[in-house]
Design a protein around this ligand. Structure first.
Ligand SMILES: Cc1ncc(COP(=O)(O)O)c(C=O)c1O
Length: 502
């Protein structure tokens, strides 16, 4: 139970199961009156209701089934707390200041919407039932640690809105062209998190980030023109360039003392006059680098000098670990912003990739016009559930994300320590972001490749480094977004397979 004090009042939030129903309960008590319970809102999934004076007369009022109980309860408390208390026979000695009431109710709401969650409580048998490709594509004795989906249960606010959408048949066409005003929500979040003053009118809702990359390549470069990116790289970067008949210009990252770095001399040399686009993965998949301000400034300077459009895939922006800060490259200044298209989504950080919803933030009206010249119907539509889930994630699920990040960071540290002890020949710079670890297995000389070796002998499915470009030869990518037990099992299997080979 979590308790929040406000003047003479105490708000206590608890998550309850009652028969086949349940959900968050908020109790309002008066400690000075023997801690008497004055109000109780049971925001249950099915039979939501509230009690006035539950310790005494206990008047119970059910809420209509279509009402969003949590939102309703909070708006009533905001609107007329004193009135409700009066009905419970309690006269507030003094009304709380509006700011203090709002701040307390915001904390109450965050707690109500985000029940405790144990990310280690995962059941392999249940995960194997998942129809998603992570668990479905390999035989049942293989542990999957490949595609960037998490095994972690999705945040309660997302589950709640999806259940509600289905229960209430909210499955019609979403409102276009400003779907549920996700652009305004995204802009507000960008301002709060990054100080990024973004105009909602330049934010386009798209189906997914990779779609945004394809649209950008098509709209901002001609066939045969160059698209430069840092390798190793998320494989769809190669696919997008090839399939749109643009030309890949590879800029290999180099292993420095503390992690992978951009070799700016090499990058500069690789840019020919036909290169039009810098396609950035930031934070970088698969290395987990969070590029620093000075690295981003050097990239932006080069983009300005060579008149490149920056397409910045920042889908992992919310998955940054302690000690690092994500800086959207578009925030470096107006000259950079106006040549930048930023692609973001809730889908990686909130584990909802199958719902298909992302945003493209265009740095100028001209970019927005050009991006949107490709007719919407050729791009596919927007999913009503994806919109609802993204809205719920950004509006309400930050407490879940904070907890998930702590879990992921602990898994990262555990994997690094395990590798150092049991597989010391595998080299890995602990990622600064993402839940993906890029493992350099070259010193082990695994045959025919580390991917095939670990699949066959450890029964662990990793991502094959060769799919990330030439510099991925001898590497695999490990997805550690799972329970500690499953991660330990995967790493143990890998270590035993290597030991057995000797
Ligand atoms: C860097 C990067 N971009 C894009 C995506 C996929 O985004 P979407 O599913 O929105 O196309 C991923 C998925 O892992 C990714 O790592």
């Amino acid at each position: 139970m979590s308790v929040f004090e406000l003047g003479s009042l105490r708000f206590a939030v608890e998550h309850r199961s009652v028969g086949d129903d349940g959900g968050p309960t908020v109790r309002v008590r008066a400690p000075a009156k023997g801690d008497r319970e004055l109000l109780r809102f049971d925001c249950f999934e099915r039979g939501a209701h509230f009690h006035v004076d539950p310790s005494g007369a206990d008047a119970i009022t059910p809420l209509a089934a279509h009402v969003d109980a949590i939102a309703w309860c909070l708006s009533e408390l905001r609107r007329d707390l004193a009135g409700y208390l009066e009905r419970a026979g309690y006269a507030l000695p003094e009304s709380p200041a509006r700011d203090a009431l709002d701040a307390t109710l915001a904390r109450v709401e965050a707690e109500m919407r985000n029940p405790p969650i144990d990310f280690d409580d995962l059941d392999v048998a249940a995960l194997r039932e998942s129809p998603g490709e992570k668990w479905a594509l390999y035989p049942a004795d293989v542990l999957p640690a490949w595609v960037a989906d998490m095994d972690l249960p999705v945040a309660a606010p997302i589950r709640r809105v999806l259940r509600r959408s289905v229960d209430r048949s909210y499955l019609g066409y979403p409102v276009n062209p400003r779907p549920q005003d996700l652009p305004t929500l995204f802009a507000a979040r960008a301002r709060e998190r990054y100080g990024w003053k973004l105009r909602p009118g330049r934010v386009e809702v798209i189906t997914d980030v990779v779609q945004g990359i394809y649209v950008a390549l098509q709209q901002f470069a001609q066939r045969g023109e160059g698209v430069v990116f840092q390798t190793p790289i998320y494989p769809p970067f190669f696919d997008a360039v090839r399939e749109t008949q643009r030309r890949a210009v590879e800029s290999p990252l180099v292993a420095g003392a503390a992690g992978y770095e951009i070799d700016f001399d090499e990058l500069r040399a690789s840019l020919d006059p036909g290169t039009r686009i810098l396609l950035l993965s930031h934070p970088h998949n698969p290395t987990g680098r969070v590029f620093t301000r000075s690295e981003l400034e050097a990239l932006a300077e080069l983009a300005v000098e060579r008149d490149l459009l920056i397409v910045s895939d920042e889908i992992h922006a919310d998955l940054v670990f302690s000690g690092h800060t994500h800086i959207p490259i578009a925030t470096l200044g107006p000259e950079v912003e106006q040549r930048t298209l930023t692609l973001m989504s809730a889908s990686k950080a909130f584990n909802s990739a199958g719902l298909r919803c992302a945003v493209a933030a265009c740095g100028s009206d001209a970019l927005a016009r050009r991006f949107n010249e490709l007719p919407r119907h050729t791009r596919g539509g927007i999913n009503a559930l994806g919109l609802a889930a993204t809205d719920a994630a950004w509006r309400h699920a930050q407490p879940w994300l904070d907890r998930a990040l702590r879990h992921l960071e602990a898994n990262r540290d555990f994997a690094a320590a395990f590798l150092a002890e049991r597989l010391p020949q595998v080299r890995c710079f602990p990622p600064e972001a993402t839940y993906l670890a890029w493992l350099d297995c070259r010193a082990l000389g695994l045959s025919p490749s580390p991917y095939e070796f670990f699949l066959e002998h450890a029964r662990v499915a990793l991502s094959d480094g060769r799919r990330f470009g030439k510099t991925g030869e001898g590497f695999v990518r490990l997805n550690f977004a799972t329970s500690r037990a499953i991660l330990t099992d995967a790493l143990e299997r890998m270590a035993r397979a290597v030991d057995a080979r000797a």
